[in-house]
Design a protein around this ligand. Sequence first.
Ligand SMILES: O=c1nc[nH]c2c1ncn2[C@H]1C[C@H](O)[C@@H](COP(=O)(O)OP(=O)(O)OP(=O)(O)O)O1
Ligand SMILES: [Mg+2]
Length: 221
Amino acid sequence: MAAARVVLPQPVTFVTGNAKKLEEVRAILGQSVPFRSIKLDLPELQGEPEDISKEKARLAAKEVNGPVLVEDTCLCFNALEGLPGLNNLLMAYEDKSAYALCVFSLTIGPNEEPITFLGKTPRHEEEFAYINSRFDDILRSWKEVKGKIVSARGPNDFGWDPIFEPDGYDQTYAEMHKEEKNKISHRYKALALVKSHFADAGYTFQTSPSNRDLFQVAKSF
Ligand SMILES: O=c1nc[nH]c2c1ncn2[C@H]1C[C@H](O)[C@@H](COP(=O)(O)OP(=O)(O)OP(=O)(O)O)O1
Ligand SMILES: [Mg+2]
């Protein structure tokens, strides 16, 4: 029996203060998930990436007063047991391995509990079983993007892209063509889960996003 469709009052608003993120999200999602975007400087919270992402979603949903999508990304260093760290600190350690982690949170309204989508390996068996039951084979093969920290190479216009060299590549994220980064990145992996969720949930919208919305968003950055 098909589940009742959830009707959302308006398209999902992707909230971020980072224009580069928005560019990638737009390129990766294409037409698959109707969304618009606003630029809001959300507070930089502390804690586990998943909790930060959820809290961002709660704050954003209050501001927007409707369904929102947010993300929190970190570059985590194995030498620091997964802590997001400062590159200078890492230079003192032999182990330069790291992983890029991206957590999207979707909340369908200001008083709703956020759902998270992680571009990484689940930590616990239960977490794995839970996610796996929802996303089957997609997640089985999904991992965070592993790589290592190197001396900066490539354009310096997006965060730590110049110092992150994913395993199996001899280029840093910054040196890669945009399309290539978007095919392998932490953000791509997390967004694949977001897409799959939207495909399953079959949300419908009271108002659909117009070209005008999208155009205005582009101008606000
Ligand atoms: O693919 C990426 N490649 C390189 N650097 C990246 C990437 N994605 C995020 N970053 C940087 C931006 C920020 O310095 C930090 C994460 O912080 P994070 O809070 O998730 O992003 P943000 O504050 O720039 O935007 P937002 O308004 O969505 O919170 O890592
Ligand atoms: Mg932030």
